[in-house]
Design a protein around this ligand. Structure first.
Ligand code: PGA
Length: 259
């Protein structure tokens, strides 16, 4: 794992934006896995302002609420449209999200996996982390080799996400999410986490034991996981001075190109 600690949430977003921009510039046909939630908002704003060419880029989102249609304001379809897709020249036919209204979720989930494979796999998967350690909507006890499927949200996640829906009772119970096995097959995983409320989950993921009780700890098995944090999200890491030293002393060939 590469742990990058930045002074503020805005700086962490800028670092993530540099990593994704660099991918788009060096591989104009890249397949990028995208995430939703509050955390990537700064990142998407920066990416949108960058004016890069997204015409050859393919995207796959991590998840969608089951029973929530694309036109619903709290759907992840609507979120992505509002916060990224309408600001860049991505081709609509290259954009993929699970369909929350699918009449046959099982077939739909298999087909989603098949589309990822047909696209050549995901070059970079962006991730947030839940306060319970979820990645995508893989809640604690998710199989570490799971594939795209239906999951039931924990009470904690439904509480955390009530702010988007106005009230907790309106938050769906079920979602379609890429599995942990799906995420682990991406060539790079980029987890962005900011804020004190993520510090415990981040500590468990990075320095704790590999366990389905903290699904993000599965990234310890990932071939190239980058964990991009602000100081608050990094505040419970025992070895943060080491991670800082490593980042500041990267050899030139390993450095992330500046903006
Ligand atoms: P958040 O969600 O960015 O809204 O905190 C992260 C997540 O649930 O993965």
């Amino acid at each position: 794992m590469e742990i990058i600690i930045q002074p503020s949430a805005e700086d962490a977003a800028e670092m993530a934006e540099r990593i994704i921009s660099n991918l788009i510039i060096t591989n104009p046909q890249a397949v990028i896995g995208l995430a939703t939630g509050s955390t990537p908002l700064h990142l998407y704003r920066r990416l949108a302002a960058k004016g890069l060419d997204w015409s050859g880029i393919t995207t796959f989102n991590l998840d969608e609420y089951l029973g929530v249609g694309a036109e619903h304001p709290q759907s992840y379809h609507a979120f992505m449209q509002e916060n990224l897709f309408r600001h860049v020249n991505v081709d609509a036919k290259n954009v993929h999200l699970p369909d929350g209204m699918t009449p046959d979720p099982e077939t739909h989930c298999h087909a989603y996996e098949e589309k990822i494979r047909a696209a050549g796999g995901i070059d970079l998967q962006l991730l947030g982390i839940g306060t319970d350690g979820h990645i995508g909507f893989n809640e604690p006890t998710s199989s570490l080799s799971s594939r795209t499927r239906i999951k039931t949200l924990t009470a904690r996640t439904r509480r955390d996400n009530a702010r988007f829906f106005g009230s907790e009772k309106d938050v769906p119970f079920h979602v379609i999410t890429m599995g942990i096995g799906t995420i682990l097959e991406s060539r790079t995983a980029l987890l962005l986490a900011t804020g004190e409320n993520k510090a415990e989950a981040v500590e468990g993921a990075v320095e704790g034991a590999l366990t389905s009780m903290n699904p993000a700890s599965a990234l310890q098995l990932h071939r190239r996981a980058i964990i991009c944090l602000d100081e608050a999200a990094a505040s419970k890491l025992q070895r943060r001075d080491y991670y800082r030293w490593v980042f500041e002393n990267k050899p030139p060939w390993q450095k992330i190109p500046p903006n």
